[in-house]
Write a new protein. Structure first.
Length: 234
């Protein structure tokens, strides 16, 4: 008996995702608030597009309750929330209704989820945004977060495993840092919070570096070194 040889391999579709600075991939989808054309429907607004593994799951439920209670805070920052999972509209509606009618978490109850949740049964949006990662699950989206600016550019990407819930205050803080950068052209240091000092850009020439040595600190700025200068931010 001769051994048969097969020169073949199983093709696995690579995971692709937009990168920071890329245009957010366009899509149309049905959501719990109606039909969505993205990003056209959100022109002029910041968007936090986030995925969750599945409806009727415990960690996702805590995240949705927390996001929902912070929705007005995000709106004040000109930002809209959009959720997504690989579930149907019917499943989404049933889950959101159950949250409002029956779930209490950390003293929060009767919480109504008003932001849209995308139904993505065919995984079309999840694949465009790299939310479906075979190493984690073939059928559930990981906890991805995309922060997209008012012109439809991806400005930040966060990924969490299925097991770890997200910190919504950190997502809000990151949004505020991105807005400061776009508005004022400055950067934010470690653990920055609104009202803290911001970081001026480092000089790009030798002469510029030498000039920094003569600056000195004053009431508005602090010279830590020629390459690190912080200043007040209003």
């Amino acid at each position: 008996m001769t051994e048969e040889y097969c020169d073949c391999w199983e093709y696995e579709e690579p995971v692709s995702l937009p990168l920071i600075g890329d245009d957010a991939p366009e899509f149309e989808a049905q959501t719990t608030t109606g039909h969505m054309k993205f990003p056209a429907d959100y022109k002029g607004k910041w968007v936090i597009l986030f995925s969750h593994p599945a409806d009727f799951t415990p960690v996702c439920t805590t995240e949705f309750i927390t996001f929902a209670t912070m929705q007005d805070e995000f709106k004040k920052l000109n930002a809209e929330l959009i959720g997504l999972s690989i579930d149907s509209i019917t499943s989404h509606i049933a889950w959101l209704k159950d949250i409002k009618d029956h779930v209490e978490y950390k003293g929060l109850k009767n919480v109504e989820i008003k932001f849209p949740v995308i139904a993505d049964i065919k995984m079309e949006v999840a694949k465009k945004y790299g939310m479906l990662q075979p190493g984690a699950s073939d059928t559930k989206a990981v906890r991805a977060v995309f922060i997209i600016n008012p012109t439809g550019k991806v400005k930040a990407i966060l990924y969490y495993p299925l097991s770890a819930g997200r910190n919504m205050e950190e997502i809000k803080r990151l949004l505020q840092a991105l807005q400061v950068n776009e508005k004022d052209g400055v950067s934010t240091p470690a653990n920055w919070m609104p009202g803290d000092d911001v970081v001026m850009g480092a000089p790009e020439t030798f002469i510029g570096a030498q000039e920094r040595d003569s600056w000195g600190s004053d009431g508005e700025k602090t010279v830590h070194s020629w390459f690190l200068v912080t200043k007040k931010h209003k």
